[in-house]
Design a protein around this ligand. Structure first.
Ligand code: AMP
Ligand code: GLY
Length: 439
């Protein structure tokens, strides 16, 4: 099969790495890709949001299956575009992807289909938001409706912070039209976990549980990022809980989407919080997480290609995916200034050496090839991933290899996994980071 992967981050490198192992694969393309992906796929110089040009490319080259990594092309309707041209693609249509691209839609959908989530109100202006915040009490959670690259959530802890946060949404319009309406919701307490499945529209194939570390700083401090590390198993999710999440959250969501004419063929990612009343949904994504995909691809036993091809056609034909017993971990190496204004263009040393460490795999994210050297080209630069017989071992290898890679502005979190391996350490204990407090 000829396969096209869309995107150019660590998630897409991991997807290409996994697809490359398939005996069914004949040719692998990636748009736009990155220098790491270039070693295993042919790069196509098109951005992920150039959906018409991507469809023309797929049609000209005779691509048999396209797999979409990031959310933006999905929200722009890349799947609708491909389907209208008779091209096979694994991913949700624009209407199905609204479960991620509109928080207002997603909350109303959960309410309608009785999927456990925080109580909420949709506010169109300050007065509505203030009334709702009063009802839920502090801290209260405010979410921009539209895509905001992981930065659209504020958690004011008091009246003054609420006023500042509402200034950002309604006066300064920091989130543009994504903040025209906001979700005001009650604050929930508990451990967070990512529960990700592949769906062919009606059936779900769950991935092994996974946990990501969203804050920039150690002990979960500092601003929210796309994710600074991840590991699987999650260390917090029991087997029985996984089946109750499937019954009470995943299947009602897939069925609800079908009943609304929004059948989701693609990835359903539930960002959950494990509360005393049971798991509740913080958010849905309609794509694989990044960096969650990296450890998940390392642990996936099955050939991914026939599963995605069958899912795109509407029926998986298998009832589960098998995962290796070993654990996998990912440590993100980022550049100073991330997530606001990362330093770019610095030469990176030591990637080849790090890749030789036993059980280690390096996935590139924001790197660029300049005059034969690999340079940093954005916020999250490299993913140092490793497998091991348990989480501790996988993390030890990933951190060992991380030390061999250097560039002047390299930053990383040194406590990925600590929250579950050493719960007494204070890492992972929920505190409201400064940027989310709205002060
Ligand atoms: P979201 O983009 O909706 O996942 O929100 C980003 C982050 O804000 C989550 O990963 C949580 O850490 C936090 N968050 C969101 N909603 C809530 C809530 N209702 N209660 C507590 N924390 C929340
Ligand atoms: N790592 C979180 C996400 O991909 O949304």
């Amino acid at each position: 099969m000829k396969v096209l992967v869309i995107g150019g981050g660590g998630r897409e490198h991991a997807l290409c790495w996994k697809l490359r192992q398939s005996p069914l694969l004949e040719e692998l393309y990636c748009a736009p890709g990155n220098p790491g992906i270039a070693e295993i796929a042919d790069l196509v110089p098109l951005a992920a949001d150039e959906i018409h040009e991507l469809a023309s490319f797929a049609s000209d080259v005779g691509i048999d299956l396209t797999v979409v990594g990031p959310e933006l092309p999905l929200a722009l309707g890349i799947v609708d575009e491909f389907l209208s041209r008779g091209l096979n693609i694994f991913g949700p249509t624009r209407k199905a992807a609204e479960i991620e691209s509109s928080k207002v839609f997603s909350k109303q959908f959960m309410q309608e289909h009785e999927i456990p989530t925080a109580r909420f109100t949709i506010a169109h202006d300050r007065a509505e938001a203030e009334r709702a915040a009063k009802e839920y009490g502090f801290p209260v959670v405010l979410k921009a409706d539209g895509l905001a690259a992981g930065k659209g959530v504020l958690i004011p802890i008091g009246k003054r912070e609420l006023a500042d946060a509402l200034d950002l949404f309604f006066d300064e319009r920091r989130f543009g039209s994504s903040g025209d309406r906001i979700v005001v919701e009650e604050f929930l307490d508990g451990q967070e976990v990512s529960f990700i499945v592949l769906s062919d529209g009606t059936r779900a194939l769950p991935f092994a549980a996974c946990r990501d570390y969203k804050r920039l700083g150690e002990a979960d401090d500092g601003p929210n990022t796309g994710g600074m590390g991840a590991h699987s198993p999650s260390g917090v999710l029991e087997k029985e809980m996984a089946s109750s999440i499937l019954e009470e959250i995943i299947y009602p969501t897939l069925e609800g989407l079908v009943s609304e004419g929004r059948e989701l063929r693609g990835v359903l990612y539930a960002g959950l919080i494990l509360t005393e009343e049971g798991p509740k949904v913080l958010e849905f994504n309609a794509r694989l997480g990044d960096p969650e995909a990296q450890p998940l691809m390392l642990r996936l036993e099955d050939d991914l290609l026939p599963i995605l091809a069958a899912g795109a056609a509407g029926s998986f034909g298998v009832s589960r995916m098998a995962f290796k017993k070993e654990a996998a971990a990912c440590v993100v190496l980022a550049s100073r200034g991330y997530p606001v204004k990362p330093v770019r263009g610095e030469v990176i040393e030591g990637i080849e050496e790090a890749a030789k460490v036993p059980n280690v795999t390096i996935f590139h994210a924001a790197t660029a090839a300049v005059d034969g050297e690999v340079v940093s080209a954005g916020g999250r630069v490299l993913n140092v991933c490793a497998t091991g017989s348990n989480l501790r071992e996988a993390l030890r290898s990933a951190y060992g290899a991380s030390q061999l890679i250097e560039w002047p502005s390299k930053i990383l979190r040194r406590d990925i996994g600590r929250a579950v391996l050493d719960p007494g350490s204070g890492s992972g204990i929920w505190r409201i980071p400064a940027d989310l407090r709205g002060d």
